[in-house]
Design a protein. Structure first.
Lengths: 111, 893
């Protein structure tokens, strides 16, 4: 698994999760799926990284948990983005943008 | 705000994970199961068969257990959990080995306990803030005259006023002097030690009274100055803690004084003073700048340093010196901070003790480390299995350290008990009547939070110190080797042995240093106690009487009292002879007067001697056995109608007339009219005690001038009564006789001269005893250490010894083999120890009397003793080795 997909740095994974939840609350597998979908298969996250990330984010107050019914009418644990999480997502996204632009400039600079 | 919320959330979630572990686990479980289900459902939707989908999903997820572990690792509660696990495991391990655990805990308790005890004394005496407002800004101001050797001289009234008005460095300044009063009207007449404060003195100290008020600005004026502030202790003991005492009158020296206030319990300025009266300025004293009688205390302005103040005061003193050359020439100013004044005497001894007890703890740590090292060998297999199962080195290290810190803390807890008892014993060594030490009065030395904190810190640091090395050593174990059946490597190998040897050698070295220091102190103390004081202290009862002015205003009255009381005492049963003296030797009280040869031109720059003076009754010398060297003692014929007489001590006589016979020559004694004829020379005595130094008098031997009491009576009378039997047995009779003459006369300090002598050496005695105890402890620990190492090494070499015996080695050879190893270690330790002792005992020099800190005899005998003890410790393992049956030994694994 690790050789196929790009291994994600902890901080990046956190941000992706937050972004995913910005659209709507999801349960664990749903988040994994969404990330894989949107990144067109580049990022495939396994539970071994996902679940610790969930707990981390929860402890930091960036996401919240809710027990809801799934499409199959089963009880599942859903994760919800909190206000604080939304704020963090916005600031991180801005920072990311700055960094990527800078890297791009460096990489494109005439040697 | 959001931060607080997230902290709270973290906290509650963690607590939930800690205490509702199962629920949290189940929740995690169900979530993972759900994930799996969702994954399977997706795959089935994508077209896989159910079993394939299940398998694929499981593979994708990986090990559920691993995931759970990873998730759990995120929360802080896992740290707490593993910590708790470590502790439980440590307790189990320690319980499995009760013998070892008991020895370790005992060793640690002794080491940490001793350290805590000494620290609590250091804390109370040196570190605790003094009970005055911003006490570090308080400084005592003294006169100094380098030419005459005075560095802490009292101050004259005019000088004090000039200092006060001319300085710019002090915010406030006060003057004081000691007084003694007879308190009557409340039970038995009692002599109380008082202190006269200038009106603003209490303000300099800045401590408010618990009852009433302190002196007002004008209360030193005659007519307004019969007010008194009581000490807490006196208020409780003499007046029963009566809260309505303020406004009541008490009788001091026959006069009525109004009580205006009571000071708090912690206020003791200076030591052992019981009440304070306003400083009354005697006009004669006020005018003469040469009469120096005041003690000055001052408070720095904020930001002023002691050096700045010193240079300012130096300038002022120089100014006064040139303005008044007759009295102030060569007079300088000396500043001593209050803290330094009150604890400077004991600080060197305390620091030495603190270092010594620290060395003891180091030795104890080395011992315990050795013990743990040997035990680590037996746990090799356990460690190997854990490592093989995936335990990280860090985790193992943490486990071992938890064990050793736990041992440290338990040892420390027992150590606190030892400390409590030890401190009690320490305080008992310093009776409160000691005159020559300015130690802060410590009724009890409390075990407060600083001491507890120290004990805890010491326990934890000790635990880490002795646990680190065995822990690191144990973690080196390679599982492959250790799990094999006949694995006998590991700590038994060369690396482990070297470590153990190093520990033992350092133990021996440290004990040698301690033993040398202790021997030096013992030798010094013996010299001190045997030193000749110039008089005999045995069978001598002493007591002190202060005749109040109002009743004994004239010489005749004082003489009448003295004669009658002496007569009665001398005819009491059990009394061989009795005399009086103004300043009793070893009492801590003394006064000096200038003496000059009569007829020589008065030369202000001449360094006339300033001996201690006393008025004595004729039998005084006989009672105290002071030797007569030339001429005669005083007799009843020396009185007001005959020629003025004087007796000089030998050193004073030599100083005045180096080459002539002093008998018959005339002297002038400051303050007494008329010249006096020298009628006798007596042996030198030590007024303050051997080894005690006081600025202003040369204490060894002390120059003394004696004057017949009948010619110059004094209000202060100290009785010296030589008895046939136990001096205290005549104490009651003596009291009766005094009260028969004057039933309102108070007496104080009724004790034997032997008691006084032992009080003057209290500090040295206590230091010696403590150091000896520490050294003894060190010796025992080091012997145990050597025994342990040699015994262990011998048992490791059982196989080898068996072969040697089988090949023909005699028992003597085996003995040499075993003891030889121990001897080598000991000699190495002793050699290092001697070098260390040479370097370190010089810090002891200020505490030693009559012994050099490099005393050759000590440096030879102590190593020999230590070596002998160490060899003896090797004897038992050696004997065991000698008795080995080679057949058994060869099969030994």
């Amino acid at each position: 698994m690790a050789d196929k997909s790009t291994t994600l740095v902890q901080g990046t994974l956190d941000m992706l999760i937050l972004k995913t939840l910005a659209l709507e609350p999801l349960h664990g597998y749903g988040i994994a799926q969404r990330i894989e979908q949107i990144s067109r298969g580049v990022f495939q996250v396994n539970p071994g990284s996902l679940f610790p990330a969930f707990r981390r984010l929860e402890r930091s107050g960036l996401i919240d948990t809710q027990w809801r019914a799934t499409e199959n009418n089963r009880r599942a644990k859903y994760y919800v983005l909190t206000d604080q999480g939304r704020k963090r997502l916005n600031s991180e996204t801005k920072e990311w943008g700055r960094q990527i632009a800078a890297i791009a400039r460096i990489l494109e600079a005439r040697s | 705000m959001a931060l607080i919320r997230s902290v709270i959330r973290n906290l509650t979630a963690g607590l939930r994970g800690l205490f509702r572990r199962r629920e949290a686990d189940e929740e995690l479980d169900s979530e993972l199961r759900q994930y799996l289900d969702a994954a399977v459902t997706e795959k089935i939707k994508a077209g896989m068969r159910r079993e394939d989908a299940l398998r694929a999903a499981r593979i994708e997820m990986g090990s559920a257990e691993a995931v759970k572990e990873d998730v759990r690792a995120v929360g802080w509660e896992t740290v707490v959990e593993t910590f708790w696990q470590d502790i439980r495991f440590a307790v189990r391990t320690l319980r499995k080995n009760p013998g070892l655990t008991a020895i370790v805990i005992t060793t640690l308790a002794l080491g940490i306990g001793a350290n805590t005890a000494i620290f609590s004394v250091v804390n109370t005496v040196l570190l605790r803030p003094m009970p005055y407002k911003q006490a570090d800004r308080l400084v005592t101001v003294w006169g100094a005259n380098k030419a005459r050797g005075y560095d802490l001289d009292l101050v004259s009234y005019s000088d004090y006023l000039d200092w006060k008005s001319q300085n710019r460095v002090f915010e406030s300044m006060g003057a004081a002097t000691d007084e003694m009063y007879t308190l009557t009207g409340a039970g038995e007449p009692v002599a109380v030690i008082g202190y006269a404060f200038s009106p603003d003195f209490f303000d300099v100290l800045g401590v408010p009274p618990v009852l009433g008020r302190t002196f007002g600005r004008d209360e030193d004026q005659p007519g307004k100055d019969h007010v008194v502030v009581l000490n807490y202790h006196l208020w409780r003991v003499q007046f029963g803690g009566d809260r309505s005492i303020v406004g009541r009158n008490v009788t001091l020296d026959g006069k009525a004084y109004t009580v205006i206030g009571v000071m708090p319990q912690s206020f003791q300025y200076p030591q052992s003073v019981e009440l304070w009266t306003p400083l009354a300025i005697v006009p004669d004293y006020a005018k003469d700048r040469g009469i120096r009688w005041l003690r000055v205390l001052a408070r720095f302005k904020p930001g002023v340093t002691i050096d700045q103040a010193h240079s300012e005061m130096k300038t002022i003193a120089a100014r006064l010196g040139s303005a008044y050359p007759k009295t102030n020439k060569d007079y300088d100013v000396n500043l001593v901070s209050l803290r330094e004044l009150t604890s400077g005497d004991v600080r060197p001894a305390l620091l030495v003790l603190l270092c010594s007890v620290g060395l003891v703890l180091l030795i104890a740590c080395a011992n315990v480390a050795n013990l743990l090292l040997s035990r680590a060998v037996t746990r090799k297999r356990e460690i190997a299995i854990r490592v093989a199962l995936g335990a990280s080195r860090l985790r193992m290290l943490r486990q071992f350290l938890t064990e050793s810190v736990l041992l440290g803390i338990v040892g420390g807890a027992f150590g606190l008990v030892i400390a409590y008892w030890g401190v009690g014993a320490l305080v008992a060594m310093f009776p409160t009547t000691i005159s020559n030490l300015s130690i802060p009065r410590v009724e009890t030395i409390p075990i407060d939070r600083w001491v507890l904190g120290f004990a805890l810190l010491a326990s934890v640091v000790t635990g880490i110190a002795f646990g680190l090395v065995p822990a690191l050593q144990a973690c080196r174990v390679s599982p492959n080797e250790s799990l094999k059946e006949s694995g006998r490597s590991g700590t038994a190998g060369s690396h482990g042995r070297r470590l153990r040897n190093i520990l033992v050698v350092s133990e021996v070295a440290l004990s040698l240093v301690l033993l040398t220091a202790a021997s030096l102190m013992i030798k010094s103390f013996v010299r001190l106690v045997q030193a000749d004081l110039g008089f005999h202290t045995d069978h001598l009862l002493t007591l002190r009487v202060l005749l109040p002015e109002y009743k004994y205003g004239t010489d005749t009255e004082q003489l009448a009292f003295s004669n009658e009381v002496l007569g009665r005492i001398q005819s009491s049963p059990g009394v061989k002879s009795a005399g009086t003296v103004t300043f009793l030797p070893l009492s801590g009280w003394w006064g000096t007067r200038e003496i000059s040869i009569a007829g020589r031109p008065a030369d202000p720059a001449a360094k006339n001697p300033r001996p201690v003076w006393s008025s004595v009754s004729p039998d005084y010398f006989r009672a105290t056995n002071i030797a007569l060297l030339k001429g005669r003692y005083f007799t009843d014929q020396d009185n007001k109608s005959t020629r003025n007489a004087a007796i000089l001590s030998a050193s004073l006589a030599r100083e005045l007339w180096p080459n002539e016979d002093p008998i018959g020559k005339e002297v002038n004694v400051q303050g007494f009219n008329g010249t006096r004829q020298v009628v006798g020379v007596v042996g030198d005595i030590s007024q303050l005690g051997i080894g005690v130094h006081q600025s202003g008098i040369n204490s060894e031997p002390t120059s003394e001038v004696y004057i017949p009491f009948a010619q110059e009576p004094t209000h202060l009378l100290c009785f010296a009564i030589r008895t046939a039997g136990d001096p205290l047995s005549v104490a009651n009779a003596v009291r009766r006789e005094v009260w028969a003459v004057d039933k309102e006369q108070a007496m104080s300090f009724i004790e034997t001269m032997d008691q006084l002598a032992s009080e003057t050496t209290a500090l040295q005695r206590a230091s010696m005893i403590l150091l000896a105890v520490f050294a003894g402890l060190a010796l025992v620990l080091a012997s145990i250490g050597i025994y342990g190492v040699v015994s262990y090494s011998a048992s490791q070499r059982t196989h080898e010894i068996g072969i040697r015996i089988a090949l023909g080695a005699g028992s003597r050879d085996v003995l040499h083999l075993v003891i030889g190893e121990g001897l080598l270690l000991t000699v190495a330790g002793v050699a290092i120890g001697i070098a260390g002792a040479f370097g370190l005992t010089r810090f002891l020099a200020s505490l030693l009397y009559g012994v050099s800190s490099a005393d050759p005899a000590t440096f030879v005998t102590v190593p020999m003793v230590l070596t002998a003890v160490a060899v003896a410790a090797c004897y038992i393992p050696a004997r065991r080795a000698m008795r080995l049956d080679p057949m058994v030994a060869l099969r030994y694994e």
